[in-house]
Design a binder for this molecule. Structure first.
Ligand SMILES: [Zn+2]
Length: 322
C-alpha cells in the first residue's frame, strides 16, 4: 500500500485509488506492453527466421539439389534410350529390310491411362514425373519393337539359310572351275546346248556339301545326270548335284548347309570326274555364280567373272532375288 502526507490533518494517509482509475492504469500498462511486444515480434520476424522455418528452408534447398540430381539422371536415361532407338531404326531395321518406327509412334505413349504427373501440384516433381512417364512409354514401344525384330530375324534366318550361298565343294579341292552357264558346245553330243549349271572339276571321291539348308527330294540315278541329288530349300530354291560316285543322304532327310551329301564321280553324261551343280529359283535355272560372291573373297570373285564371256555364256549375274 502507498501513503501520502496530508498537510491539513498533518498525517500520512493511504492513497485510495478508485477501481475505474485502477482499471484505466492497468489497461495503459498492458496496452503499451502489448504494443512493445508486437513491435519486437514483427522486428524479429522480418530480421530472423523462426527455428522451424529455418529447418524447413534448409530441407527445401537440400530437396532441390536432390531433385536436380534425379532430373539429370532421367535426362541421361532418356539420351541412352534414344541411342538404342536409333540403332533399332537405322541398323537392325535396315538390315532386316523394315521401315524405321515413326517418331510419332515412339512418342505416342500408352494413351488412355490417367497420368500421375497431372495429379501433382509441385511443378518440379510434376516435370520429372512427366519425363519418367515419357521414358516408360518409349521403353514399352522399344520392347515391342525388339519382339517384332526377333520374329523377323527368325524368319529371315530361315530364308537366308535356304539360299545356296556356299560352294558345294571345298575350294582347295577344286582343280578346275568351269563357269560356263548357258549355251555351250556339248563335249559328248558335240552340239550347242544349254548348260544349266556350273561344272566343278575335282578328284574322284571329293566330298560334296549341301550349299543351303533343305530336304532331300531325290537321290538316285537320273539318266544324263548320273547319280544325282535334288535338295529343296524352300522359298523357291532348289539345288542339284550330278555325276556323283556315291550318296551320303536319303530322300526326305533334312540337311544343314555345309553337310556332306555325296562324293564326286563321273556317272551319267560325263567325260571326267566333276560335279555338275545347278541352282533353280521357282523352277528357273539361275547361274550359281550369282551366289558364290558370298563364299569367295572379292578379288577371286572378280577374277572368276572375267573368265565368263557374256556373249557365249549369257549369265544373269545381277539377278535380284527377293
Ligand atoms: Zn555340267
Amino acid at each position: 500500500m502507498r501513503f501520502t502526507y496530508n498537510e491539513e490533518s498533518c498525517r500520512y494517509e493511504p492513497i485510495v485509488v478508485s477501481p475505474k482509475k485502477f482499471f484505466g492504469q492497468a489497461m495503459k500498462f498492458f496496452g503499451s506492453s502489448l504494443l512493445i511486444g508486437v513491435g519486437f515480434l514483427i522486428y524479429y520476424n522480418t530480421r530472423f527466421d523462426f527455428v522451424d522455418e529455418r529447418i524447413l528452408k534448409e530441407e527445401n534447398t537440400a530437396l532441390k539439389t536432390e531433385w536436380l540430381a534425379l532430373n539429370n539422371q532421367l535426362n541421361k536415361t532418356s539420351t541412352e534410350l534414344a541411342k538404342i532407338e536409333d540403332t533399332d531404326d537405322h541398323n537392325f531395321r535396315t538390315i532386316l529390310e523394315m521401315e524405321p518406327l515413326p517418331q510419332s509412334m515412339r512418342e505416342a505413349g500408352t494413351g488412355g491411362r490417367e497420368k500421375e504427373s497431372t495429379k501433382i501440384n509441385q511443378p518440379l516433381i510434376s516435370k520429372s514425373l512427366k519425363l519418367s512417364e515419357k521414358i516408360l512409354n518409349r521403353l514399352t514401344v522399344e520392347q515391342q519393337s525388339m519382339e517384332e525384330l526377333t520374329k523377323k530375324l527368325e524368319s529371315k534366318s530361315k530364308e537366308w539359310a535356304a539360299r545356296p550361298a556356299m560352294q558345294p565343294i571345298d575350294n582347295r579341292d577344286l582343280t578346275r572351275f568351269n563357269p560356263i552357264f548357258g549355251l555351250r558346245l556339248h563335249p559328248i553330243y558335240n552340239d550347242w546346248r544349254n548348260h544349266n549349271g556350273l561344272d566343278l572339276t575335282a578328284p574322284y571321291g571329293t566330298p560334296v556339301y549341301a550349299s543351303a539348308d533343305g530336304y532331300v527330294t531325290l537321290a538316285r540315278f537320273g539318266g544324263g545326270y548320273g547319280n544325282v541329288i535334288f535338295l529343296n530349300h524352300g522359298y523357291g530354291f532348289e539345288t542339284r548335284y550330278a555325276h556323283l560316285s556315291r550318296y551320303n543322304c536319303t530322300v526326305g532327310q533334312f540337311i544343314k548347309r555345309g553337310e556332306l551329301i555325296g562324293y564326286v564321280g563321273s556317272t551319267g553324261t560325263s567325260t571326267n570326274a566333276h560335279l555338275h551343280y545347278e541352282v533353280l529359283y521357282h523352277n528357273q535355272f539361275i547361274n550359281p555364280i550369282s551366289f558364290l560372291y558370298r563364299d569367295l573373297p572379292q578379288e577371286e570373285y572378280d577374277k572368276l567373272l572375267k573368265t565368263v564371256n557374256p556373249e557365249v555364256n549369257p549369265v544373269r549375274l545381277n539377278l535380284e532375288i527377293k
